[in-house]
Ligand binder design. Structure first.
Ligand code: ADP
Length: 393
């Protein structure tokens, strides 16, 4: 170990150098605190053995300077002193000394103290290495995270442009399909009509897919401010959009007393539209759908009731909870297109909306026993983009 001995008495310094070099250490001697400090600024010494009383900068003063350096590797300080009172020891400890040795120095005791110093320095080095490894790993993670966020944004941007550009050719397929039927329907014959229907059906499905995909890419991109949203009103608005499905299925939706939450009104409406819409869609063939939307207070992680739980429950076909995670992934469907129309994106949109609002979305179900989707939302959302508005638009 390279040891810095700080001693103004020449004889004492020589004795210390001899003893320490005999034990295999490399020794540099400084004749006072100021010289020692200059050396310490130039290079690192893991161990400083310093006299207490010296002209100008004394032992405790040198110690304080060493401790005031931030981020430097640890320097163990052993103070040599004739001072033995409690107050002296306290002053040395407060200055940041690690250990004391009474003068005149006893060689055996010095060796024992050096062993303690070596043990502590080894542990200190291990800690330092570990913390550097953790810092490096954190930095790598931070860089990867930034890259992932950028890639995610690029992907969303790409998907959103692709969706936009796909709309036009799809509209053309629909329009020209209609014109073909109107102008040349007779010439097509039954087989031709069947092909045309299939083309239109496929184009319609693709339109729905492109529309849903576009909505999925838009969830995090809309810069609308968060405002108080009356969820009861959002549910009633969603029901107007579902009138056709309600009529077609003879379904009924009961909306209980719902809270006002902080959020994006259009996204909250979209959330309820998708959940209630699914409740109506995935109904048992023999029973018309019954859907209820209810709310209650819920405790967060700290036990305070600062969340709202909104539950959308139906009496439909249900699903096996083994597939719970799957249904929130885009394009994942548990029921075939032949049985129930859909794109498999609705619940992915719901989860993204809820997470953007600092909430969670999950479900309980069993095959044939209906399903319940639970949205948990915090009272107040503290997202960076949160800006309190006054009225729901
Ligand atoms: P889509 O309805 O377009 O298929 P979703 O993302 O809304 O897409 O739903 C994913 C899948 O989850 C559905 O295909 C269906 O299998 C299942 N699912 C969703 N809601 C219900 C529900 N209320 N009851 C039973 N299954 C459901």
């Amino acid at each position: 170990m390279h040891i810095l001995v700080v001693e103004d008495e020449v004889v004492q310094a020589r004795v210390l150098r001899t003893v320490l070099e005999k034990r295999g250490h490399t020794v540099t001697v400084a004749s006072d605190g100021d010289r020692a400090w200059r050396l310490l600024e130039e290079r690192h010494f893991p161990l400083v053995v310093s006299d207490w009383l010296m002209p100008c900068l004394d032992g405790p003063g040198l110690c304080r300077r060493i401790r005031a350096r931030e981020r430097a590797p640890y320097t163990y300080v052993l103070l040599l002193t004739t001072k033995t009172t409690r107050d002296d020891r306290l002053e040395g400890l407060r200055a940041g000394a690690d250990d004391f040795l009474a003068k005149p120095v006893d060689v055996g005791e010095l060796a024992a103290r050096l062993e303690i110093a070596a043990r502590i320095l080894t542990m200190q080095q291990a800690l330092h290495d570990r913390s550097r490894a953790v810092d490096e790993a954190n930095e790598r993670l931070r860089r990867q995270n930034t890259r992932l966020t950028e890639m995610n944004a690029e992907m969303e941007q790409f998907a959103s442009v692709a969706c936009h550009d796909l709309q036009e050719p799809l509209r053309k397929i629909q329009v020209f399909g209609g014109r073909l039927r109107a102008g040349y329907g007779d010439a097509l014959g039954a087989r031709g009509e069947e092909f045309l229907k299939r083309i239109e059906g496929a184009a319609g499905r693709m339109q729905a897919l492109v529309r849903d995909l576009f909505q999925l890419t838009q969830v995090d991109q809309v810069p609308r401010p968060f405002v108080p949203v009356d969820m009861g009103l959002a549910a009633r608005e969603a029901l107007t959009d579902l009138e056709a499905r309600l009529e077609e299925t003879q379904g009924e939706v009961e909306v209980g007393s719902l809270p006002t939450v902080t959020g994006d009104p259009l996204q909250m409406r979209q959330l309820l539209l998708n959940l209630i819409g699914n409740g109506l869609k995935y109904h048992r063939p023999e029973a018309p759908p019954r859907v209820s939307v209810t709310a209650c207070r819920e405790s967060g992680a700290d036990g305070t009731e600062d969340r709202h739980r909104i539950t959308v429950r139906d009496n439909g076909i249900g699903f096996d909870e083994r597939y719970l995670d799957r249904i929130f992934q885009p394009f994942q469907r548990l029921h075939g297109r032949g049985e129930y129309e859909g794109t498999g994106i609705g619940l992915a949109i719901c989860r993204k909306i809820v997470e953007r609002h600092g909430g969670t979305l999950t479900a309980r179900s069993a095959p044939g026993e209906g399903a319940a989707f639970m949205v948990s939302l915090p009272d107040v959302v503290s997202l960076p983009e949160f800006q309190a508005g006054t009225q729901q638009s």
